[in-house]
Design a protein. Structure first.
Length: 103
């Protein structure tokens, strides 16, 4: 048993376990949350794209369609891919205020 513990195999297993719990598992959870958020987008929600464009969802086609229509200004609609949405805010959800810097 002493020889097994001194071999590199337990060390490799320990390193893999640490990598899994610190890197892989949280990333999988973030991907799952993002997919759930994008699948639940509804008309009227305010969205932020990965490029920083903020707009209101005007048209949400069927679930299998990768595009949605977003109004970014009065009368200006653009089509964006669902996968490029970085944040979805509910219809009445206010913008979170940032902490003020003290002088």
């Amino acid at each position: 048993m002493q020889e097994f513990l001194q071999s590199p195999i337990p060390m490799l297993i320990a390193i893999f376990a640490i990598m899994y719990f610190l890197l892989l598992r949280p990333q999988q959870q973030r991907v799952k949350q993002h997919k759930e958020m994008v699948d639940n987008v509804r008309r009227g929600d305010t969205v932020v794209t990965a490029g920083g464009v903020i707009g209101r969802v005007v048209k949400v086609p069927q679930t299998d369609d990768p595009e949605i229509s977003v109004e970014i200004a009065d009368g200006v609609q653009v089509r964006v891919l669902r996968s490029t949405l970085s944040e979805v805010r509910a219809k009445g959800q206010p913008v979170e205020p940032k902490a003020e810097k003290k002088a």
